[in-house]
Design a protein around this ligand. Sequence first.
Ligand SMILES: Cc1ncc(COP(=O)(O)O)c(C=O)c1O
Ligand SMILES: N[C@@H](CCCC[NH3+])C(=O)O
Length: 517
Amino acid sequence: MNATNPPSGAGVAGATKMSAVWPAATRRDAQGNISFHGYDALDLVQRYGSPLYVMDTDEVRRRAKYFVEAARNAFPNTTTHVSFAAKAFISKEICRIVAEEGMTIDTCTLGEMRIALAAGVPGRRLVLHGNNKTDEEIALAIDNDFAKIVLDSPDEAARVERIARAHDKRAKVMLRVTVGVHAGGHEYISTAHEDQKFGVPLLAPGASASVLTGEYDRPDEVEHASEAEPDDAPRINSLYAIPPSKKDRNPKLEAALNALADGPAIAALKDIRKRDDYLELVGVHSHIGSQIHDADAFIEAVGRVLLLRKTFYATDGYVLPEIDLGGGYSVPYLDSDSSMDVAATLRRIAKAFTAEIMKGLPAPVVSFEPGRFIVGPAGVTLYRVGTVKPVVLSDGTTRTYVSVDGGMSDNIRPALYGADYEVELANRVGSGTKMLARVVGKHCESGDIVVKDCHLPADIKRGDILAVPVTGAYGRTMASNYNQALRPAVVAVSHDGSHVMIRRETIDDLLGLDVSQ
Ligand SMILES: Cc1ncc(COP(=O)(O)O)c(C=O)c1O
Ligand SMILES: N[C@@H](CCCC[NH3+])C(=O)O
C-alpha cells in the first residue's frame, strides 16, 4: 500500500480515543489533532484535498466479519448468507474487502453491477435488486449467473423468463414481498408498508394484517380466539401431514395461512413456478426499511415471511429454500444515540423460527443485506472552514454559521431526512467557551446543512478542519454535482497506510460531460 505521512496521533503521548461514533482507530492528540490509524486529518487534507471522505478499511473489514459471524452464530444449524448492500457505498476495493470476509454483494443498477464485477467478484456472489430493472441489467445478471435476481413486481417474472430463455439459462429468482411492517428512521427509508413502490404485498387489498400478528404456538389460547374458529375443511390442505382432530387444529395459524393463500404474493410465487424451465425460485425477500432501532419490527417481519413460506408449502407443496431478511440495522450517529446490539437482534430473529411455524419444513437458508452497518461508522468526512458568520436570533441569542467547502452535494442526508451528526474541530485545540453553531455547506439552498445544532470552539476560523463521523454510508453514493460541485475523493486509511480509493472529480470531468458546441 501507498503509505503517506508517518503515523503520529495514535502513537503520541496523550492521544486519546474518541467516542463510539468514530472508527475505533481514531485518536485525538494533546494538540487537538484528530488522526485515523495515526494519519492526521490535517495532513490528509493537505495531501488529498478537501472536502475529503476518509474510509477506514480496517473498520469495514471488522464490521463485515462481525456481521457474518453474528449471523452464523445466531443460526448454527442452517446456512446463512450476508450480502453487502452496495448502495450504501461502493468501490472495487470495498467490494473485495467484503467478499474476502465472506459476503455476497447486493447491487441494483448497471453501475453497481459493473463495479462489483470489475472488482473481480464473480456473478454467483452477486444479487440484483431494483423496482425498475432494465433489460440490460437483467441480461447482465443472467449472463453472469447471479446468485439471485430479486423480482420486485408480479410482471417481472415474465420479463426475466424471456431474457433467460434468450440466453438459454435458468435464472435464480426471489420474490420481494412487502410484509406490512412499518419501520425505519424516516418515512422515505421505510419500505415494507403497502403504500410505496417496492415488492408485492402479502395480503389481498382490504385484508387485515392483524391476522398475521401474534403467536401461533399456543393452541390452548388460540382455540378460544373467536376470529379464528376453524371451519370443517381447512383449505390449506398440506398444513397438517395427517388431518388432526378438530381440537388439535391451530385455528389462528389456519386463518393466517388462508389469508396469505388469497394474497398477491402467493399468486406471484405460483406464477414464477409456472416458468420453472427458465426461473429457479430460490426464495422470498423482505426488506422493511433502514436505520431501524427496533428489533421487534424485524421479529414481526420474519414471522410473516415464515408464514408465507409455510403457506406456499401448504398450497403448492413447494419448499422455498431461502428467506432473505434484508438490511436496515441501525448505527448510532450521535454520542447520545444508543447502538443496536446486532448479534442479540439476530439471535432474537432466530427465535422467531418457532416450532409451530417451522413444523414439517426444513430450515431455510437465511440471508441478510446490511449496508449502513458495514460502512457507515467507518467513514468520516473532513471539511475546510470558510466563512464564519454570527447571526443574532429572535430570542437575542447568537448562532454562528460556520460554512465549509462541501455540504449537501457530499452529504444529502441532513437535507433529505433531517439527519443529525456530530462534528469536531480536527486540527487544533480550540479556545474560549463553546458557542452555539450550525455547520452549513456552500450551496445555494438554506437547507444545505451539514450539522444543524452543535457547539464549536468560539475561536473557530477560516482554514480550520472539521471532521464529521458516520458518513461512510449513503454519503458518497448519494453525492451530487449540485452547483457543479466536484465530488470529493475517498481516501482509504488502515493500519497499512493511506491511499486514494476513489479520486476527486475535476473540472475536466465536468467539462468533458458537456458536449454541446
Ligand atoms: C433491498 C435493500 N436491501 C438492503 C438495504 C440496506 O439497508 P441498510 O443500509 O439500512 O442496511 C436496502 C436499503 O435500505 C435495501 O433497499
Ligand atoms: N439512503 C438512505 C437509506 C435508504 C436505503 C436504501 N433503501 C439513508 O441515507 O439513510
